[in-house]
Design a protein around this ligand. Structure first.
Ligand code: AKB
Length: 317
């Protein structure tokens, strides 16, 4: 069957890079981007506008485009979710349930990708090299929606045969589209501020380690997971998925190698507590063994690539 892909949350940090990557791979017309109200100026067709929490809207789009695969990226992230917990619950859970139920009801049972996150972990989770199968007792609403989503993914796979695949994304760093409302956002903001002003005030404390990944790796890994043979996917909740782990001062030191005058100070806010509840680093050996996951960018390579691209981008704007 010809591949027809729907990407919800297409204007978000991951969506805005995944859509072009999927179009490059499968053809422009094979990928329908779904936006809520925030259509980017340079949005290319085919695209649809709609709210993924409305089942009928989603149903119409899936039917009209004869969708065979859904990358369901809609979600309210951790920091915004703590400011608006009820909104995070509604958006994250209602949209996911719609996608799962529509897949179940449809004749061709579309394959689904849904992102989980390190936010599924919590204060009781082992902090270092966190194993695949571990304690999931998050303290944020976003994290709770991730744990519930992982269990739902597993349930819909075993009970209804929906081929749903998932990754526990670490903080993802990219130069094309800024993230919005997350706790790992400092690792992107720092680059913008370093280039524009030569200094940055970090909202996380020195020493706060978090698992991280460059966008190029995140996009490639996501597509590789979706292209893996069904029999190779042994984890149907969500795979640990990581590239590196660092804390703010290590990133600042790496940036200083390129911008020697760069300076950073610290003013931790409510996001510090969220970051502390997450793990320092993750063991993603199941993903590496089952479907061949391999990252390319460590901290030095990522920093260099970010600075080169972002400098060029900011100059042009
Ligand atoms: C966030 O910080 O909320 C996200 C995530 C790790 O899921 N980037």
């Amino acid at each position: 069957m010809e591949k027809r892909i729907l990407v919800t949350g297409a204007a978000g940090q991951i969506g805005s890079e995944l859509v072009p990557a999927l179009r490059e791979r499968y053809g422009k017309d094979a990928v329908v981007a779904m936006y809520h109200h925030n259509i980017p100026e340079n949005a290319e067709r085919p695209y649809e506008i709609g709210d993924a929490t409305e089942k009928e809207t989603l149903d119409n789009i899936i039917k009209e485009h004869e969708i065979t695969e859904i990358y369901h990226l809609v979600g309210v992230l951790s920091a915004k979710g703590e400011q608006k917990p009820a909104l995070a619950y509604r958006v994250n859970m209602a949209s996911l349930m719609n996608v799962l139920e529509l897949a179940k009801e449809s004749e061709n049972k579309p394959k689904i990708f849904w992102p989980s996150s390190i936010a599924a972990f919590g204060p009781t989770t082992p902090q270092d090299n966190t194993p695949q199968h571990t304690i999931l007792e998050p303290s944020t609403m976003y994290g709770m929606t991730k744990v519930a989503g992982e269990l739902l993914a597993n349930y819909y796979f075993h009970r209804y045969g929906i081929d749903i695949r998932s990754l526990r994304y670490p903080g993802v760093i990219s130069w094309k589209t800024p993230p919005g409302g997350g706790t790992t956002d400092y690792a992107v903001e720092i680059f913008h501020e370093a280039i524009k002003n030569g200094k940055y005030t970090c909202f996380l404390q020195k020493g706060t380690y978090l698992p991280m990944m460059y966008m190029d790796d995140a996009v490639r890994g996501t597509i590789e997971l979706m292209e893996a043979k069904p029999g190779d996917i042994k984890v149907r909740t969500s795979y640990n998925f990581t590239a590196t782990s660092f804390e703010p001062s290590q990133l600042a030191e790496e940036i200083k190698k390129h911008i020697p005058e760069f300076e950073m100070d610290y003013k931790p806010d409510f996001r510090q507590q969220i970051a502390e509840s997450w793990t320092n680093s993750m063991d993603d050996s199941d993903a590496r063994r089952d479907w061949g996951w391999k990252h390319k960018f460590g901290l030095p390579q990522m920093t260099e690539d970010m600075l080169v691209n972002l400098k060029r981008e900011l100059k042009g704007s």
